[in-house]
Design a protein around this ligand. Structure first.
Ligand code: IMP
Ligand code: MG
Length: 173
């Protein structure tokens, strides 16, 4: 289904197949070790809910919300934590789950913050990777789809808080 002003980029079946593939990589790597999942609000909520249903490890789930200064789709180097997790991560296997990585600033900031709390391991899982847009070097451990540089909405991703509920991924026309 195409929507006004939106061009379909990835449909439900393709998204589901990429989520399954990510989950099997994660299941393979963590075996049955407990994972503390840290979702980045708000964009990750739909991907996270699909991903965790495919995981075999016991999981605990918490969320952070980040704010970045600067306008538009990508963040500046100035990121702050607007909402922190309440779970303790010291000695835990922590997996950050995010909708999309662009400049890399947000995830680099979050990784540094969480590393300061002494997790046993810390990895990152992003559904979409705008690999060519990196401003600082940042390599996520798990990537669903490498995407080109265009603005995407749906499957959690917003434009002015709209479109997060769409089950498919679209580009703004
Ligand atoms: P980074 O800090 O530049 O890597 O930015 C990551 C954040 O920018 C994501 O969590 C999104 O909130 C936002 N973002 C980047 N590209 C897009 C896009 O194409 N659509 C919607 N949000 C985006
Ligand atoms: Mg986000």
């Amino acid at each position: 289904m195409d929507r006004a002003g939106l061009e379909l980029v990835y449909g439900r079946e393709f998204i589901a197949s990429r989520v399954k593939r990510l989950a099997s990589e994660i299941n393979h790597d963590y075996r049955d070790r407990e994972i503390v999942i840290v979702g980045v609000l708000k964009g990750s909520f739909m991907f996270l809910s699909d991903l965790v249903r495919e995981l075999q490890s016991p999981v605990k789930i918490d969320f952070v919300q980040l704010a970045s200064y600067g306008s538009g789709s990508t963040s500046s180097g100035l990121v702050e934590m607007r909402k922190d997790i309440t779970l303790a991560v010291q000695g835990k296997d922590v997996l950050i789950v995010e909708d999309i990585v662009d400049s890399g600033h947000s995830l680099e900031f979050l990784c540094q913050r969480l590393l300061g709390r002494g997790p046993r391991t810390l990895k990152t899982c992003v559904f979409l990777d705008k690999k060519a847009c990196r401003v600082i070097p940042f390599e996520p451990n798990y990537v669903g789809i490498v995407v080109e540089d265009r603005f995407l909405v749906g499957y959690g991703l917003d434009h002015d808080e709209k479109y997060r509920n769409l089950a498919e991924i679209y580009s703004l026309r």
